[in-house]
Design a protein around this ligand. Structure first.
Ligand SMILES: Cc1cc2nc3c(=O)[nH]c(=O)nc-3n(C[C@H](O)[C@H](O)[C@H](O)COP(=O)(O)O)c2cc1C
Length: 326
């Protein structure tokens, strides 16, 4: 019997484009761990693309350079990018977009890609986003959702890995790692910086589930494939905090963009002052916000719960398929 066009499509090799930008290699390692089950799949072709800005960002970051990318990150002003190695007009069945968060926004190299001509590869394609960051990714992902929508892509899943340890410890360990390159445990109370190696290893469950469900890209287009695997977990305590912080970032970011472009001396000096201001604000506001949140909790519980469910879309935080794929 002759096969229909859709039958033929269903049985052909699946091409998956994996886009990533990572400075330390952690994000690349995590996304490769997730996709390792597909490496062995004869019916899958994985095409990895390391997104590169024309002028590389430093690592570890001198503090002044770190602050100097803040306004452009928040406003998603794209840097110039090295041309991509794949053909943006060729067909991919699925795109995996792995990104880090910079100042509650997608990192600048990823923004550079999203705003380049090569992003036309995403048009009409299903996309899985994959994030590895400290722990504040909610606003960045909302910005990513808007960008993908405007590019005509369909977000079908989101997987998030966050740095190990409680939030108070990563508030120290992550900046220490970024600004000095030192990653190890210290003073007994602070864990190593970055995502726990166990969490990176367990990302393999997503690849296994993906290998099992690639045919659904055609039979159930637009539907999540990675549900029931604890892909994300939204901490309701961070929702209001991120909103307030992003509002502040937008205001101050506009001011610094008005002063001058990246590299402008006056802007760089004022940005260091701003960092001190930010540090004082967080130190003063954190205890106040904990008290306010505790008082407001009974009145906003339902709204908060709705917000959590919305931000956890499309993959959700449930874990009923975890045992099957781990
Ligand atoms: C300039 C800059 C800003 C960052 N801002 C955030 C942030 O807002 N939220 C967050 O959770 N992590 C933030 N991070 C941490 C990164 O998301 C990421 O965890 C870290 O850069 C390591 O990524 P890599 O190992 O892939 O290079 C920031 C990192 C950099 C370099």
């Amino acid at each position: 019997m002759k096969k229909s066009v859709s039958d033929r499509k269903g049985s052909s090799k699946k091409r998956i484009l994996v886009l990533y930008y990572s400075q330390t290699g952690q994000l690349e390692q995590a996304v490769r761990s997730m996709l390792s089950p597909l490496e062995e799949c004869p019916t899958v072709e994985l095409v990895y693309e390391n997104l590169q800005p024309k002028i590389p960002y430093p690592f570890p970051w001198p503090i002044i350079d770190f602050m100097d990318v803040f306004p452009e990150s928040v406003y998603m002003d794209p840097p110039e990018m090295v041309p991509v190695g794949f053909d943006p007009d060729s067909h991919f069945d699925l795109v995996i977009l792995a990104y880090q968060v910079w100042f509650l926004s997608p990192s600048l190299p990823v923004t550079g890609f999203l705003k380049s001509g090569a992003a036309r590869v995403l048009k009409g394609r299903p996309v899985i986003t994959f994030i590895a960051c400290r722990n504040m990714w909610l606003t960045a992902q909302e910005k990513m959702k808007a960008s993908l929508k405007s590019l005509g892509a369909t977000l079908i899943d989101n997987v998030v890995l966050i740095d190990q340890g409680p939030a108070w410890s990563t508030f120290i360990t992550t900046p220490r790692w970024l600004l000095t390159g030192k990653r190890g445990r210290f003073w007994r109370v602070f864990p190593p910086a970055g995502v726990a190696p166990g969490d990176i290893a367990r990302a393999v469950r997503f690849g296994r589930a993906l290998a099992d469900s690639l045919d659904k890209l055609e039979s159930a287009p637009g539907k999540p494939l990675l549900w029931g695997l604890g892909a994300v977990k939204v901490n309701p305590r961070f929702i209001a905090g991120e909103k307030i912080a992003h509002r502040g970032f937008s205001l101050w970011g506009r001011f610094f963009r008005m002063i001058g472009k990246q590299g402008n001396r006056l802007r760089r000096s004022l940005l260091v002052l701003y960092l001190l201001f930010l540090f004082c604000m967080i130190t003063v506001m954190l205890p106040i916000s904990i008290v306010v949140r505790a008082l407001a909790q009974p009145f906003i519980r339902k709204r908060l719960q709705e917000g959590v469910l919305r931000l956890e879309e499309p993959s959700g935080s449930s874990t009923e398929r975890m045992a099957r794929y781990l």
